[in-house]
Design a protein around this ligand. Structure first.
Ligand SMILES: NC(=O)c1ccc[n+]([C@@H]2O[C@H](COP(=O)([O-])OP(=O)(O)OC[C@H]3O[C@@H](n4cnc5c(N)ncnc54)[C@H](O)[C@@H]3O)[C@@H](O)[C@H]2O)c1
Length: 261
């Protein structure tokens, strides 16, 4: 599986799934540029670099097109090319539907949809020029496949990314660019830790334990689980896979009923 010496951008790679994706890509020899707006970006770059990874950080807010274009130009200046884009950065702020205002919807649309849109639009000309590219977009099982309610804005923006990834696949198929969508189930990341703290402030870790045991596999996903799948889809060898939506969820979409036979 080859990503060696490929140049990859991973959005939202300062923590959580994006950090796992950046780590796996870099450990397999890719040169990874992390785009993130978090102050933890530098610490993550230091931590991964100390493991021998070729990783650099570009402070970027994916809601800001000028900021994105400047970071993409800086990656080109540093590495001369972009082969892989992982659209991972995303947010979730849940509310009951009847209490969900346009501010909440716009917040999710701006980051979860317009973010990947703008980053991809900025990156793709560099892939077209080289007639090579691998785009991996992180959606979710939420919305497109399952839902527990109370997360309308998150669910609809995540399911929209499936259409986004498929449309890219078709439009750029003659340019040597593949586009695939990963739909994770619950993973152990700061996003889910925050949800646990909100849902059960008196004992967040018991909420995480309950979440884990509610999955057929009995554990939460690890960011590296998502990283290995993203890395395969980003590899040279995955060139015949495009427009596909791949679920990685420890079996959460599997049960036909919740009866205990
Ligand atoms: N954790 C899960 O259970 C789970 C399940 C399904 C899908 N996902 C998806 O995986 C992706 C990563 O989720 P996570 O759980 O690691 O989240 P997280 O909150 O732990 O990390 C998200 C990262 O994105 C960055 N980010 C947020 N807004 C940004 C912006 N405007 N510009 C640049 N960077 C920004 C944050 O700074 C952070 O580093 C998201 O797209 C999420 O929807 C997560």
């Amino acid at each position: 599986m080859t990503v060696r010496n490929r140049v990859a951008i991973v959005t939202g790679g300062a923590m959580g799934n994006g950090k796992g994706i950046a780590e796996v890509l870099a450990s397999q020899g890719a040169k990874v540029a992390i785009f993130d707006k978090s102050d933890t970006l530098e610490e993550t770059v230091r931590e991964l670099s100390a493991k021998g990874c070729e990783v650099s950080g570009f402070k970027t807010d994916i809601t800001d097109r000028a900021n994105i274009d400047a970071s993409v130009a800086a990656v080109i200046e540093k590495y001369g090319r972009i082969d892989i884009l992982v659209n991972n950065a995303g947010v979730m702020k849940n509310l009951p539907f009847l209490e969900t205002g346009m501010d909440n919807l716009d917040f999710h649309i701006d980051i979860n949809i317009k973010g990947p849109w703008n980053v991809t639009q900025s990156v793709i000309p560099h892939m077209v020029k080289n007639k090579y590219g691998r785009i991996v977009t992180i959606a979710s099982v939420t919305g497109g496949f399952v839902d527990d309610g109370g997360d309308m804005s998150y669910a609809i923006t995540k399911s929209a990314l499936i259409g986004f990834g498929r449309c890219l696949a078709m439009e750029f198929i003659e340019d040597g660019i593949t586009s695939n969508i990963i739909c994770p189930g619950y993973c152990n990341t700061p996003m889910v830790a925050k949800e646990a703290a909100e849902e059960r402030p008196e004992d967040p870790s018991s909420f995480l334990d309950d979440l884990a045991s509610s999955l057929p596999i009995g554990r939460l996903g690890k960011p590296q689980d998502i990283g290995f799948l993203a890395s395969y889809l980003a590899s040279d060898e995955a060139g015949f896979i495009t427009g596909q939506t791949i679920i990685i969820d420890g079996g959460c979409t599997l049960p036909e009923t919740n009866l205990d036979y």
